[in-house]
Design a protein around this ligand. Structure first.
Ligand SMILES: NC(=O)C1=CN([C@@H]2O[C@H](COP(=O)(O)OP(=O)(O)OC[C@H]3O[C@@H](n4cnc5c(N)ncnc54)[C@H](OP(=O)(O)O)[C@@H]3O)[C@@H](O)[C@H]2O)[C@H](O)CC1
Length: 171
């Protein structure tokens, strides 16, 4: 998770330079991928970006809580968990790029709330998206067959590209 999060932060920093894209909204899901996102937020802060974390459903594992504490200790803003989409809307309006660490290889469609609305809002924002491992909303084997997944500009495949990402056309 530490290496995954570092790789994601390094990739985002390579493609989206901090002078033009300083404000990174790190969207974290409840599984290990959310943990990758929290690690990445920490590194992005150390690289000089202004990360903000949106995690509506914090993971229950102790490691997740420890990673969140590290972000808080670095004064990285973490939006209070809620099913209300207003804080996400506000955060999107104040961001330059999104790190999508919502769902990884354990995602099983269909998308449940509050993430269903969130994926639509993220898409509608038009902001560039860097997805971790598999774009959120894509089935790890069947890809975006349901058509509700994100359409990222950049995908960071961890360990190996996933079968479901065959149709991915970005970087
Ligand atoms: N060795 C590695 O490759 C490593 C990969 N890492 C990263 O971890 C993810 C996989 O992590 P995992 O914890 O197995 O699962 P996810 O992060 O993909 O998400 C699981 C949570 O998502 C919820 N979920 C699943 N489907 C839905 C849905 N349709 N709607 C809403 N929520 C959903 C699920 O919730 P439940 O209620 O079903 O429990 C889980 O909470 C991998 O992709 C990498 O990014 C690590 O870095 C370690 C090394």
């Amino acid at each position: 998770m530490e290496l995954a999060g570092l790789a994601c932060a390094q990739t985002l920093a390579t493609v989206y330079k901090k002078d033009k894209f300083p404000r990174v909204l790190v969207c974290c899901g409840p599984g290990n991928q959310g943990g990758d996102g929290l690690v990445a937020a920490r590194h992005l802060g150390m690289f000089g970006y202004d990360p903000m974390v949106w995690m509506p459903k914090p993971g229950s594992k102790e490691i997740y809580q420890r990673l969140a504490t590290q972000c808080k200790n670095m004064k990285i803003p973490i939006i209070q968990p809620t099913n209300d989409m207003s804080p996400l809307r506000d955060a999107l309006a104040r961001s330059d790029v999104i790190l999508d660490a919502i769902f990884g290889f354990s995602f099983k469609p269909p998308v449940r709330e509050p993430f269903d609305q969130a994926l639509s809002l993220i898409t509608e924002s038009g902001l560039p998206i860097v997805s971790v491992d598999i774009p959120s909303g894509w089935d790890v084997e069947k890809g975006n067959a349901a058509g509700v997944g994100l359409d990222p500009d950049v995908l960071v495949s961890l360990t190996a590209p996933k079968e479901g990402a065959r149709e991915f056309k970005g970087l």
